[in-house]
Design a protein around this ligand. Structure first.
Ligand SMILES: [Zn+2]
Length: 526
């Protein structure tokens, strides 16, 4: 007797091995049998004939830290088969936190009645658990959150920051991330980064880094990440590695060659890639570091000052060279609380509607967003298709979303995390694997199951095998497709038919809305 049988599917076990026609039997939260279960009974039998049955997808890099507290339904991810997310990336995490400057601190922050009463990493994970997420969540501690905490308490002294990182690992963090292109990580010297990565190495956690630069100076930035791995001994993950508009020709191939050479020399360096050509970030990241000093109120005052504003436009290290090159037609407003009517428009359009230069329009939008300026997001066609394909063809390339888990109804209905937010797995499996044969389907599935699970150190997830947790996806390989567009980004993909999290049906075609919310917070060291 089983609770669920996924019957007669083409089972991809997540290792990259070819599909085999098998039944998968689930009892409680684990896979109890794989084989011919024709005669067995089950409370629920899901017909998977001519469908792929795969492990639940593991998204090794998301920014759902705050939005999961607002709404744990996470439909945008569940409906594309994601059953585990790893938050706390790019130096951003919701803890540790001193209680200051909430809106400026938390990626995806919005006024939504969330009680901001946590401070420590363990308290944050407790809050996450209480939000009953539909998917499993593991968390990195962000170096930015640690550095902000140290600054709030006095100075960013390395020993104090290392102690804060140790505490986060004690309380359940499974890794540590940096965001060296973002405030406040941008201020951190190299020796501080190595010291922080040493804590990750000591605790067996992954060190993930959003490197200092991914355009003109990307070779130098990738070298910093590789040197950090060598000097700290940390297992190191270069996040969303694809270079941005303005990178020198050959930058992607050079980076992968440098990684391969480092691995030959014994350093453990890996990388992941967004399976998309559109990049996204928060608009405030366009400001030079000096403009962010002193917190949101100080930043807003500078944005209102004509002289400071003129100087802000001269930024030797802009987050996007598209801004410097004034490609405002390739930059689209993705999320705003104060200017919803401008969401989905290019900054060329937004500037024209306001009768101001698009650069000033971006500054004005920041002012109008006020304390919630971290929630002002934009997206741009910033990546090269050839670079994405090169990463996917590399045998160790992991695919991930860099997005936020949202739902098209409820308090996050109008939010958006990225253009791939509702369809990144379907884009990998449909567009890159099936339609263009950049990689095989079993290989593509491995890039979002066993490989990220192993890299992040998740126990008993990422594979379909007896004894593993019953996180699983049933999809139609013939029809799976990402349907989201810049004009209409909140569309679930085609082809996903059932999703199970810890043995419970989180989504099944025909069931209607409101599947089980059976996700767990996966704490390190347990
Ligand atoms: Zn990042």
């Amino acid at each position: 007797m089983f609770d669920v049988i996924l019957a007669d599917g083409l089972v991809l076990d997540g290792t990259g091995a070819p599909a085999r026609r098998l039944d998968v039997g689930i009892r409680s939260d684990r896979i109890a049998a794989i084989g011919n279960l024709t005669g067995a009974s089950a409370d629920r039998r899901i017909d998977a004939a001519e469908r792929i049955v795969a492990p639940g997808f593991v998204d090794i890099h998301t920014h759902s830290d705050f939005v999961l507290l607002v709404d744990g339904a996470a439909e945008s991810q569940i409906r594309q088969g994601v059953t585990t997310e790893i938050v706390g990336q790019c130096g951003h995490s919701c803890a540790p936190w001193t209680g200051l400057a909430a809106g400026a601190r938390f990626f995806g922050y919005r006024e939504a009645g969330v009680d901001l009463n946590w401070r420590s990493f363990g308290e944050y994970l407790d809050r996450l658990e209480a939000a009953k997420p539909a998917l499993n969540v593991a968390a990195f501690v962000g170096h930015g959150a640690i550095r902000d905490t140290a600054i709030d308490r006095g100075t960013p002294e390395v020993g104090a920051m290392m102690a804060l990182a140790e505490a986060a690992f004690d309380e359940g963090a499974i890794g540590l991330s940096t965001g060296l292109e973002y405030w406040p990580g941008i201020e951190a010297p190299f020796d501080e980064i190595v010291s922080m990565a040493k804590v990750a190495a000591k605790r067996g956690g992954l060190y993930a880094t959003h490197v200092r630069n991914r355009d003109l100076y990307c070779a130098q930035a990738f070298a910093e990440a590789i040197d950090t791995a060598k000097l700290s001994g940390a297992r190191t993950q270069i996040s969303h590695i694809q270079p941005k508009f303005g990178a020198p020709p050959g930058a992607m191939a050079d980076a992968l060659a440098a990684i391969d050479a480092a691995r030959q020399a014994g350093a453990d360096v890996g990388f992941d890639v967004i399976p998309h050509e559109w990049s996204h970030t928060y608009v405030a990241a366009m400001l030079p570091p000096w403009a962010r000093e002193g917190g949101t109120a100080a930043t807003l005052a500078r944005l209102r000052d004509a002289d400071a504003r003129a100087r802000m436009k001269i930024n030797p290290a802009p987050i996007w060279r598209l801004v410097e090159a004034r490609h405002w037609d390739r930059i689209v407003l993705l999320d705003s609380a104060a200017n919803r009517d401008s969401v989905g428009r290019t900054f060329a359009e937004i500037g024209a509607r306001r009768g101001v230069d698009p650069h000033d329009a971006a500054f004005d939008l920041l002012i109008e967003e006020g304390e919630g300026m971290a929630g002002l997001l934009w997206t741009s066609r910033n990546f090269e298709d050839a670079d994405v394909c090169m990463c996917l063809r590399h045998p160790d390339g992991i695919a991930m979303s860099d997005t936020m888990a949202l739902s098209p109804r409820g308090p996050l209905a109008r939010a958006i995390g990225s253009l791939g937010g509702y369809g990144w797995t379907a884009r990998l499996l449909g567009h890159y694997a099936r339609d263009r044969a950049v990689l095989s389907l079993p290989d593509a599935v491995a890039r979002i199951t066993s490989k990220p699970a192993d890299r992040a150190g998740l126990k008993d997830r990422g594979r379909l095998a007896v004894g593993m947790f019953a996180d699983a996806v049933v999809f139609d390989p013939a029809t799976i497709a990402d349907l989201a567009t810049a004009a209409d980004p909140r569309v679930h993909p085609a082809g996903i038919e059932a999703v199970l999290v810890n043995g419970r049906v989180a989504f099944a075609a025909g069931d209607g809305a409101g599947g089980a919310r059976a996700g767990r917070v996966l704490r390190g060291g347990r």
